[in-house]
Each structure stands twice: as C-alpha cells, then as structure tokens.
Design a protein around this ligand. Structure first.
Ligand code: AMP
Ligand code: ZN
Length: 438
C-alpha cells in the first residue's frame, strides 16, 4: 500500500519511499534549549513522532536525527541574563526537553545532536561556500548571498520581487517579506562564546547547524525533513540554499511541516506570552498523554486550538479508551486483518490520524486497539488487571467521600487509579462497587 505524504516542495501528496533500501533517513528540527518547551512546540514533536511511527508501521526502519540548538541569540542572551555559562544554562533545558519527550511517549531519535558539538562541520561548510563565492565577509560576519543561489525561495515560493538583494540580516530570525542575505557566522563579540575559524573567530548563525548535522549523519539527499510551519521560511529555505550551494546536490526529497497549536485565535508563542508547558498542564491535574491524545484530534496540516475544555475532553476520551482496551475481548482474526488495513490506509493518506482514531473507537477487539497503539502511543497495553485488594476498597470509599463533597476531579482521579488496577466502578442504587474488568 503506498504511503501518500504531502510534500511541501511540490505542494502535492506524493508516494513516499526511502531512497535507499528500507531505511528512512529522517531529520527533524529540534528545540532551542533556552527555556522549557511549550505545548505548541510539543505539538510539532508529537507530529514528528506520528510520522516516525507511520514509517515504522509501513515496515521501514527509521534513522532519525534531531538537533538541539544550544548556541544562538536566544541561548546566549538567556545565559547572560542568568549569569551562567552557555553550557550550564542549555544543559538544564536540554534535560527537561528529553524528560517531556519521554512523558509524551515520543520515541527517542537515534541521536540528539548539539550545535556546539558540530562547530567544525559548520566551519568546513562555510569555508566551502566561501570558496564558491556564495558567501562573503563583512565587518561583523560571513553572509550567504541569496542572489547567488538561483533556486532561493523554492520551498516558500518567494518571488524575486520579495527578495532584498544585497540587504543583510544579523538576527537569527526575520520576516518573509524581508528576505535577505543571512548570517552563516558572526564574529566574536565581547562576552559571547566563540570558536576559532579560518575566516575569523566567532560563532555560527542559526541555520547552518541543521545543514551541517543532517548531512553529516544522514547524507544528501535526506529522505525527509520536518519541523513546524514557521520554519518553512526562513529556516528550511536557508538550509536548502546553503546545502545545495555548497555541495551541488538536492538537500532533501520531502519537507513535512506541522501546523501550529493556537490559543484564543493566536499562535502559541513565548514572545506572545500565551504559553503553557507540560508542567503547567500537570499542575492542573492532567497527564501528559492527555495532551498527546489532543494532538490526534486534528490533522497535522490543520491548526489546532488549545483550550482547557478541549484538553478535558481528551482526558475523558483517553480514559474511556483505556477502559475499552481493558474490557475488550480477544479479536477475531479476520476482523483484525481488516482493521489493520483500514487503519494503515487512513495513516497512509497523509497521516489522517483523526480518521484512524475514529476507527479505533469503532473497533471491538483488544488486538485492534493494541495494534492502533503502535501509532497512538498511549500505553494502552500497560493497562493491567490485578486482584482487588483492601487498598482498592479503601480507594473506593475515598472516592465516595469526594463525590459527596462534589470534588469531581479528585473523584475521577481515584476512579482512574482503580481502573489502572484492573477494576471498574459500578454505581448502583446501593452505592458504588468494584467489578473486575474481564
Ligand atoms: P524552537 O524551539 O523555537 O526552535 O521551536 C521548536 C519547534 O516548535 C519548531 O519546529 C517550531 O516550528 C515549533 N513550534 C513553535 N511554536 C509552535 C506552535 N505554536 N505550534 C506548533 N509548533 C510550534
Ligand atoms: Zn533546523
């Protein structure tokens, strides 16, 4: 069955297959480790995971590389403000990021590559661009000359008139209506970390790290490169330009970018002050997997609006799904086979996860649900049945007290604990009682 995936390069759904053999060489843009990642960032990382798991369900192996941006304007400023060294500052957020990855059942990348561990690879690439006269030197750094790369703008469809030929941008981020030559290397400034280089001591610009590291570990062309939509321009556009100008080969065969998580009609972004982290949602009594479920309620190329109500609905749905997984009987072999085909077909249609999820809700057998969990990653196989104990009876009584006091949230949490232990609660006119989940 072909796997149809939207390719941002062609703006069409194309049949995806790895170029060489059975291994997908996959590069996903990772976080800038200057703060806790927010659930907007995490929507993109769950999307990467969905993509990865779908490759695997199609029988491919995946070699996934994800970068950690640990040197750029934001990390340097953050370290300065907190009086820490860059390494000290970023390694804290790096750990927290990997913690969130685990909590969300995101399969770990083959390698998480730090920008600061690959400065030499970046210097080599900049030297090549310099020799090819695609890069030039100014008083503050080395810049990429976008007018020397004729395909500049092919991913984001920038028209020639939108390009500001000869203008330069120092900052790591800039607007689409302001396409300019971008910094590959920034010369040393007082109080900033720097590395020696043949063209002058300094530190890399943002974009060069992803080209240098993806090419080092995966080779050109990558099978696929992913990230959030805001990366299409300038980040991915600049990665294409540097890589193809340096090595004269296609950089990546597919680009897949996930839409944003929004809140109150606006993109969730640190700069807008409208973010929530995983810790924030846990403090309100949610589990990370409730958020994972929420991301599956929308297609990855559609915006998803976050609200506490939608997160609550996802929590309830996830709990019901756990209950369903626990109570479902063994599957009929024929039914299971049909389910597998339909489930894979939904995912192979450009990752139609809302449709795949709807199939799970219709499924009756346990094996269908467990098969689906290879993609859903909700730990449905871990919901176990154990013998009732005095502890569970005590929990049941505690829940009764909570319900009497109208503490519904607390009561629900206790119900979940009991469910995890393999029992469901029957509310009868004589009061609640435990029933072993069959
Ligand atoms: P950053 O740490 O800023 O480099 O972002 C890490 C990843 O999160 C990138 O792939 C971004 O495109 C993505 N991202 C940032 N904000 C959002 C959002 N509100 N919704 C979805 N993805 C986002
Ligand atoms: Zn990147």
């Amino acid at each position: 069955m072909p796997f149809k995936l939207y390719n941002a390069l062609s703006r069409k759904k194309e049949n995806f297959k790895p170029l060489k053999g059975k291994t997908v060489r996959f590069y996903a843009c990772g976080p800038t480790v200057y703060a806790f990642v927010h659930i907007g960032n995490l929507r993109t990382f769950v999307f990467d995971d969905l993509l990865r798991r779908t490759f695997e369900l199609n029988g491919y192996k995946v070699k996934e590389i994800m970068n950690l941006t640990d040197v750029d304007d934001k990390t340097i400023n953050g370290a300065k403000d907190s009086g820490k060294t860059l390494k000290n500052y970023t390694s804290f957020y790096e750990k927290r990021f990997l913690f969130d990855v685990k909590a969300l059942n995101i399969l770990p990348a083959a390698k998480y590559t730090r920008a600061t561990d690959h400065i030499q690879e970046m210097i080599k690439m900049i030297s090549t661009l310099f020799k090819k006269k695609v890069a030039y030197k100014t008083s503050d750094g080395i810049y990429f000359n976008i007018s020397k790369f004729k395909n500049y703008g092919k991913l984001s469809r920038l028209k020639a008139r939108e390009l500001k030929i000869g203008a330069r941008v120092r900052s790591d981020e800039y607007e689409k209506n302001n396409a300019q030559d971008f910094a590959l290397w920034k010369f040393k400034k007082e109080g900033e970390p720097s590395w020696a280089a043949p063209f002058g001591e300094g530190r890399p610009g943002w974009h060069i790290e992803c080209s240098a590291m993806s090419i080092k570990y995966l080779g050109m062309p990558l099978d696929i490169h992913s990230g959030g939509v805001d990366l299409i321009f300038p980040h991915h556009e600049n990665e294409i330009a540097q890589s193809e100008a340096a090595y004269g080969k296609k950089f990546a065969r597919f680009f897949a970018e996930g839409e944003h998580l929004s809140i109150g009609g606006k993109k969730m972004a640190k700069s807008l002050g409208n973010i929530f982290t995983l810790r924030d949602i846990e403090e309100r009594g949610f589990e990370p997997l409730d958020f994972r479920y929420l991301t599956f309620t929308a297609h990855y190329r559609s915006p998803l609006s976050f609200s506490w109500e939608s997160l609550s609905a996802s929590r309830n749905a996830r709990k019901k799904l756990e209950e369903k997984a626990l109570l479902a009987p063994k599957s009929d072999a024929k039914v299971l086979k049909k389910f597998k085909m339909e489930f894979l077909a939904a995912l192979n249609d450009d990752l139609n996860i809302p449709k795949a999820l709807a199939l799970v809700w219709k499924a009756r057998g346990r094996d269908e649900i467990l098969y689906a969990d290879k993609i859903l990653g909700l730990g449905l196989d871990k919901v176990k049945k154990v013998a009732a104990s005095a502890g569970l009876e005590a929990l049941l009584r505690e829940r009764e007290v909570m319900r009497r006091d109208k503490k519904w949230r607390e009561a629900d949490l206790i119900r979940d604990k009991i469910l995890k232990a393999g029992y469901i609660i029957e509310d009868t006119p004589q009061g609640a009682r435990l029933k072993r989940a069959s």
